[in-house]
Design a protein around this ligand. Sequence first.
Ligand code: NDP
Ligand code: OXD
Length: 312
Amino acid sequence: MAVRILWAGSGTDWTAWQPHLRDGFARAGLDVDLSRDPDAPEEVDYLVYAPGGPISDLSPFRNVKLVQSTWAGVEAIVTNKTLTQPLARMVDPGLTEGMQDYVLGHVLRHHLNSDFYASRAPRDWSADTPPPLARSRTVGFLGLGELGMACARSVASHGFPTLGWSRKLKRDKMVTCHAGDDGLEQVLAQSDIVVLLLPLTAGTENLLDARRIAGMKRGASVINPGRGPLIDDDAMIAALKSGQIGQATLDVFRVEPLPANHPYWHLENVLVTPHIAAQTRAETAAQVVVENIRRGEAGEPFLYLVDRDAGY
Ligand code: NDP
Ligand code: OXD
């Protein structure tokens, strides 16, 4: 009997994903019934889920073996009380490469003070003081998971001394790793540029608050492609106005799209990007979905299962 897979993401994504999923299932030798029609929820074997899609009540899907998120961040579904089925988050090579490009690009932008030159009047030939070399500028990563560690390594291979912080202490040849409250304070105090790649959980909300911002180097830059609520916005706005934070590049916000009257739009030292830091790429990510369903059918353990207690 065919394996029943329900697509519970957006219609636009369905158009992009469908050929890659069908191709992957055929190559894996799986006979599947892949549809967008939740006709008989109790007959569905796997649910491919994205936030904002058509399904919010998961309780009718009582025989589902896995809910596979197409997003890396799972805060919207892991807190859904109707979710009783195992949940896997997305780990996609395309997503990781995209995030490495975004983070390295903006680290270099802050490092080279590019906005200073970009915002000037034409024919202004005067120069700012030259930036230090990369080897004299420290970059700190909060979050050393799939994305944080990959980005930290690419920044480190460019020559920046690189620090990282995670829940469990890691060891790495290129990144000096920390954990715990003291570790966080050290990373914040030593970094010229801080990159947030943490998931949003009860333990990370408002992590960058007034006290921790005050413990950072004066004039440090912040890059946040993680999640908006990691930052206490009032504290960040005050710090951007006072110069405690020199510049910020923000991709994610408490409310998205960022409301038109939000102060972040009006601060000259803030670059807002519209949640585009990295996107799941159908071509590569479909193969991750196929592999997890193949595993489920072969009785093998699923990849990238979310720890429901930890929230990521
Ligand atoms: P992972 O789950 O692989 O990594 C999460 C990291 O955060 C781990 O290193 C983990 O520590 C650390 N962490 C979690 N909680 C804490 C805590 N309380 N204290 C210290 N460290 C903590 O996630 P990814 O790297 O795949 O993704 C990170 C986030 O990036 C996603 O959750 C999502 O919010 C965001 N994202 C944003 C995108 C965008 O376009 N803007 C695109 C994709 C993702 P440990 O290693 O010890 O478990
Ligand atoms: C994700 C995202 O979590 O795009 O995948 O933010």
